[in-house]
Ligand binder design. Structure first.
Ligand code: UN1
Length: 518
């Protein structure tokens, strides 16, 4: 049977080559979808379709483009339950969180719909008479985007809603772990009124379709790349874009720190740490990596944390009372298991009695899923971690956190800032001066005071520094700089050639104004 490989200019393109399946990670017997990895020629066709559609779409008035996104928001709202159920089934996050993932897309649409009536440029005075200056935001062109499976609705909406609003046309390579959710996203966008060729999709794995798509930057088929995923892949994409003098939007890994000071509300900090570390089974780029505790509270806090972790409910993401569900796919589970094997050193202490995969022979009293057919793992706490350890600065992308201790605020900030990543961060404190210093000195692109490292809202700048990205920011007004270029316009109505800096008529001062006194 032919499987869906691409959606180009409104057409479904099928193939029986390079087949891959999307499986329900809570029950691998449930095949959610069967797709085919698009090859380079198909990726090129998708870019050509986007290029052909660009002329009309970019000339469509921004408020009209925004009306399509308003329809999109309306359709997502109407289909919210079905879409969230699909997210849970295909990717494994608890249903409540899947609803949040979908909500984030709705919020993003609401924000950008009214941006369609702004998309402001400026009018600027000229230094010469009968001349006016203006700035305009112009669309960049063909936008190619590769996204991860952990936020299969929210993160694509962060890219495509503003990209389309600004007048760009798109080619999307969604995660191979969530093609069915991506197809649903596409159907809603098309039903919302996106014209043919404006939004195209190529399905496939990162190594095949993703790599082939990005190579097309060298052929001049793509004007802008967006990528959410690992630092390693982001670096390669950055190299390809760099040699073409393009600046991609890169949202990469994190090793996000949380500092807890002695005066903090420890109950609140425990809840924040638990959610940051183990929510979504630790599979957010903003998940907590290093929990940095003041030495005076470390024992007490660790004990409280262990007690809470021992009660965590893991299991079928459809049930309303579980804390986290399965790993997104076999690949993520293997990476997590491999991290425990290779990064935990003899001087570390595992504070969780059981670690690794949950199974009938390695079970967990609070577990409620089908362990044999699902990809479930235990929460893991690694104690006695130091700055020189590999686990300190390696992103693990699973339910695993490190415990570290500090004695001075300088040391806490140094530990929070030295992983090389700089995505999110957090501090729990009730001391104003400490909070002030932390937010000023932390190098991460995002920080929270008395809240989790995760849970960014859809209208704040999202992005990181160092190994977490190239300084690009998504969301809110800031992302407009990713999807538009500033154009400066000089308009001279004087009917003659006026030379800048020369025909300016600047008024010179008379030097001697005050009479000398002595
Ligand atoms: C991601 O993991 O790639 O801030 C995005 C958060 C979410 C988005 C995470 N709103 O945790």
């Amino acid at each position: 049977m032919n499987s869906l490989s691409a959606l180009i200019a409104g057409k479904e393109i099928r193939s029986n080559k390079n087949i891959f399946q999307s499986l329900n990670p809570a029950d691998l017997r449930d095949i959610v979808g069967t797709y085919s990895s698009a090859e380079k020629d198909l990726c090129r066709d998708a870019c050509t379709a986007a290029r052909d559609a660009f002329t009309n779409w970019s000339a469509t008035p921004a408020p009209v483009r925004a009306s399509v996104l308003q329809n999109f928001a309306h359709l997502i709202e109407k289909n919210k339950t079905a879409l969230a159920q699909l997210v849970t089934r295909e990717m494994g996050k608890p249903f409540r969180e899947a609803l949040g993932d979908v909500q984030e897309a709705i919020d993003t649409c609401h924000f950008f719909v009214s941006e369609g009536r702004r998309l402001y440029g400026q009018t600027i005075p000229s230094e010469m008479p009968l001349k006016e200056l203006f700035t305009y935001r112009r669309p960049v062109g063909v936008f190619a985007c590769i996204t991860a499976g952990n936020f299969p609705v929210a993160v694509p909406s962060w890219y495509f809603v503003p990209a389309l609003l600004c007048g760009n046309t798109c080619v999307w390579k969604p995660s191979e772990d969530t093609p069915e959710t991506s197809f649903a996203f596409y159907k809603l966008l098309i039903a919302a009124g996106v014209p043919k060729g404006v939004f195209n999709v190529v399905f496939g794995t990162g190594q095949t379709t993703g790599a082939a798509l990005v190579e097309l930057v060298d052929e001049g088929c793509i004007d802008k790349v967006g990528f959410t995923g690992s630092t390693e892949v982001g670096r390669r994409i950055g190299e390809i874009c760099g040699r073409n003098l393009q600046s991609p939007c890169l949202e990469l890994g994190g090793k996000n720190p949380m500092v807890v000071t002695p005066d903090a509300n420890l109950e609140a900090a425990i809840h924040g740490a638990l959610w940051a570390a183990f929510g979504t089974a630790g599979q957010r780029c903003t998940s907590l990596g290093n929990l940095i505790l003041h030495e005076s509270i470390k024992d007490k806090f660790s004990k409280m944390l262990i007690e809470k972790v021992a009660e965590l409910k893991v299991g079928n993401p459809k049930s309303s009372d579980i804390f986290y569900g399965p790993m997104i796919s076999e690949k993520f589970m293997k990476t997590h298991l491999n991290n425990i094997e290779t990064l935990v050193e003899p001087h570390h202490k595992l504070l969780t009695v059981k670690n690794g995969r949950i199974s009938s022979s390695n079970d967990w009293s609070h577990f409620s899923g089908d362990a044999e057919n699902g990809l479930y793992v235990f929460p893991t706490i690694v104690d006695n971690v130091h700055q020189k350890d590999r686990i300190y600065d390696t992103e693990t992308f699973g339910p695993l956190i490190n415990l570290m201790s500090y004695s001075s605020l300088d040391e806490a900030i140094r530990l929070a800032n030295s992983t090389g990543y700089g995505l999110s961060s957090s501090i729990y404190t009730n001391n104003m001066e400490t909070a002030y210093r932390f937010k000023s000195e932390i190098k991460a692109g995002m920080t929270s005071i008395n809240n989790s490292t995760t849970g960014a809202e859809a209208h704040l700048p999202f992005g990181g520094n160092g190994k977490s990205g190239n300084g690009s920011r998504q969301s809110g007004i800031w992302v407009l700089d990713q999807f538009t270029r500033w154009q400066a316009v000089n308009w001279d109505v004087s009917g003659k050639l006026q030379l800048a800096q020369m025909d300016t008529g600047y008024i010179s001062p008379t030097d001697t104004v005050l009479p000398t006194q002595f």
